[in-house]
Design a protein around this ligand. Structure first.
Ligand SMILES: [Zn+2]
Length: 115
């Protein structure tokens, strides 16, 4: 008889390549057991504490940022971690306010003069 209801699968599939060819990789620094994908080499945890933030939430965060709400307040309202939010904001600012240092000038250095 086959029991297709695996209520307790011993090894979770790889979140990157969905391969089930994974092995236990021991606990990480936080004590969470980690797994290693034999197919793509990805190291991951079975139950990540921080689930990926949805696009909906990201959209909301952008609106709240537009209201000049504090990061602390936004993290409270949307339920994302402050560390994640800080990284997200950094990425946003990098995208939306590009700072161009300008082309590097090779001052004083003569370029290619031909011969
Ligand atoms: Zn993988």
């Amino acid at each position: 008889m086959q029991n297709t209801n695996h209520s307790q699968s011993p090894l979770p599939p790889c979140p990157k390549c969905q391969s089930v060819h994974v092995v236990r990789n021991g606990p990480n620094a936080a004590g969470t057991p980690t797994f290693l994908c034999r197919t793509c080499g990805r190291r991951f945890v079975a139950c990540p504490k921080t689930s990926p933030v949805s696009d909906e939430t990201k959209g909301l965060i952008r609106r709240l940022l537009g209201e000049r709400m504090s990061l602390r307040g936004i993290a409270r309202v949307t339920g994302v971690s402050r560390s994640w939010l800080q990284g997200f904001v950094n990425t946003l600012y990098r995208d939306e306010t590009p700072h161009h240092p300008g082309p590097l000038k090779k001052d004083g250095q003569a370029g290619d003069r031909g011969r």
